[in-house]
Design a protein around this ligand. Sequence first.
Ligand SMILES: [Zn+2]
Length: 249
Amino acid sequence: MKHLNISLRFLIYFTLLVFACKRVETNYSKQTVVCPIGMNLYQRQALPVLERKLLISGLVNIQNYCPDIIVDLKYSSEDNFIGINLYGNLKNAYLQKEACEKLCHAQNILNNYSEYLSLIVFDAARPVSVQQKMWDMVEVPEQIKHWYVANPQKGSIHNYGMAVDVSIINKNGELLDMGTDFDYFGELAYPGKEYYFFERGKLDSIQVQNRELLYRIMSEAGFYVSKTEWWHYNAASLNYAKSKYKIIK
Ligand SMILES: [Zn+2]
């Protein structure tokens, strides 16, 4: 009887899996499995631990809503300022639904400007436990550390799924030149100082134009740029995020 119950359970899980998901073709010959947030237990258990945490927090997978957006999570690799993989095998980027809708709007604005370009997401929702590791490891003086990494005691808008780190990539897979890499710590990455550095020969006209393009489409979609990082955009204030959502632990 016990064996029968287990077999029945697997049959139910398998049936739910087949009917709960559908495949979506994207422009990049990639297939994304789209499932409702209340996906069955069998499927949820197959996901990375961190991804399950994000789903349980009510966040949405950006590429389920905007398949044209490219995702390359820098903290799922060693290609970041800390040099270690903080996200494990997480490959999908998550946001609160209202932030995701704004990002899709930004992608549509970019598509209208040029079908040759796409947004690329380097980071989106980020648990506060990862934020703490970043805070501990960033190597700048304590008094200016908060310019580069939000203090985990106060919380970052990333920790509420309302911020995204983003750039622009062309269909050949080449990033537009923004004058610095993602996660560059220094004034050269400050939005608003482009002309200051252009006049001093530290940024060229293409780099300034590329940053302006990113700023224009993200602002038009309702995002606010960081004061120190050209790639960081908030979908709302920290107070708004705290009032509406729980922090992701
Ligand atoms: Zn950021």
